[in-house]
Design a protein around this ligand. Structure first.
Ligand code: 5GP
Ligand code: ZN
Length: 142
């Protein structure tokens, strides 16, 4: 896609700190990292949403991201890593070329997810599960 910043990075039109590339995916350092080594793994084909990425490419993204996460742990004083994907603006997606963040984490790194924990009213949890499950079954069999 001609005006996509990540497509330009893949094409070499914009420089990047590349750490991995194969026929399906490209991985490079995020320019504004949560911790140093924070990596983005992207499909070479332009997809705005992760939902349209073909299964083989999505699987490769996940596998490479996990391997990079393990390597990042060994590389520095990191204990763990987060995989994060924002799908849509309301979820925090800023660059509209799907990307999987690999964020190296240390127990004392000072970064916290602002993760709230709501409580379901009585019966609501099963109701929502059944609704999603039924719709998912329809979609998968379509
Ligand atoms: P999002 O918020 O869409 O999940 O994440 C987009 C990420 O892309 C951000 O973390 C941002 O720092 C990174 N980013 C945006 N533009 C560039 C760029 O030109 N080069 C690199 N390496 N990272 C970028
Ligand atoms: Zn793109």
């Amino acid at each position: 896609m001609s005006d996509c910043i990540f497509c330009k990075i893949i094409a070499g039109e914009i420089p990047s700190a590349k750490i991995y590339e194969d026929e399906l995916v490209y991985a490079f350092l995020d320019i504004s990292p949560i911790n140093f080594g924070h990596t983005l793994v992207i499909p070479k084909e332009h997809h705005q949403s992760a939902a349209t990425i073909p299964e083989e490419t999505a699987g490769r993204m996940f596998r490479i991201a996990s391997r990079i996460g393990i390597l990042l742990k060994r590389l520095d004083e990191f204990d763990a890593y987060n995989l994060h994907l924002a799908d849509g603006s309301a979820a925090g997606q800023v660059v509209m070329h799907a990307h999987l963040h690999v964020i190296p984490r240390g127990a004392e790194d000072g970064f916290r997810w602002n993760w709230r924990q709501l409580k379901y009213p009585e019966g609501k949890m099963m109701e929502i599960a059944e609704e999603i499950s039924a719709k998912l079954k329809e979609k998968i069999t379509q």
